[in-house]
Structure formats: C-alpha cells, structure tokens
Design a protein around this ligand. Structure first.
Ligand code: NI
Length: 147
C-alpha cells in the first residue's frame, strides 16, 4: 500500500441539527448548486474545513500548504530575492512550480510544509517581497487526522 492509502473506517454516527428553516433553505440551495448529493456530505466537508482552519491556529501543528505568487520577471532583484528565500527555507519549501504566463508575468506555486507558525511566517516573507503582484497562502492539511 502507498502512503496515500486510507485509514480504517470509523463507525458512522447519525446526529440531528436544529436550525432556522430559512437558514437551512439557504444552505440546501447552496449545496445543490455546488453539486453535493446529500446534506451529510456537505456537512462533513464543512466540518473538515473548520478542523483544518483550527489546526492552523496551533503554532506547533504540522501543516502543509501552498504559496501562490504572481510577479513580473523584471526587475531582476525580485527574482534574486525569491531564489534567496527559497534556499534559506529549503527544508520547508519541498517543491515548486513555475509557469511563464506571458512575456513578462510569472506564476509560482511553492509547496510548504512544517509547523504552522513557521510556515505562516515564511509565507509572509514570500508574499511581502517588493513587486509581488498577488500572493496567497492556501492552508491545507497533512490529512492525518481528517476522516
Ligand atoms: Ni517565468
């Protein structure tokens, strides 16, 4: 089995939720548009998403994320600074993808792993490089404690 093989399935628990009918109507409309087959599946995704977000609030939690940045390849100082930061943080930046969007613009996705606090601070440094047009950290999960 590969490292992506699933863990044993836990017992499924059924539980009821009370809510204002207007709230539920809105919710049902939204999840129908999103293509969810059932309310349960949508609720499970919401719970997982909140758990991931909560994990990131713990400074020493092991997390995985991606930093997406868009920048102009000129001036060269930006590219130099970018390479410098990548080398400085080589134990955290485990992979990267570079796409030349057109003659001038570049898009990079950096895969970053480590303790939440450290990952966030490294991410801030990348996004804060002068000249970055757009930068965003997508906070994801190692998947270990999500079922
Ligand atoms: Ni490029």
């Amino acid at each position: 089995m590969g490292s992506c093989s699933g863990s044993k399935t836990g017992k499924t628990i059924r539980f009821g939720i009370s809510a204002d009918e207007r709230l539920l109507e809105k919710f049902d409309g939204m999840i129908a548009e999103m293509g969810y087959a059932t309310r349960s599946e949508a609720m499970r995704d919401l719970i997982r998403d909140q758990l991931v977000e909560f994990t990131w609030t713990k400074d020493d939690a092991d997390v995985v994320g991606t930093i997406t940045i868009v920048y102009n390849r000129e001036p060269k100082e930006l590219t130099k600074k970018l390479t410098e930061l990548k080398h400085q943080n080589h134990t955290h930046i485990i992979s990267s993808l570079h796409v030349h969007l057109d003659g001038d613009n570049c898009l990079e996705v950096l895969l970053i792993k480590g303790k939440s606090k450290r990952v966030k601070s490294i991410s801030d440094r990348f996004i804060g490089i002068k000249g970055i047009k757009h930068g965003k950290l997508i906070m994801s999960t190692t998947g270990k404690e999500l079922y």
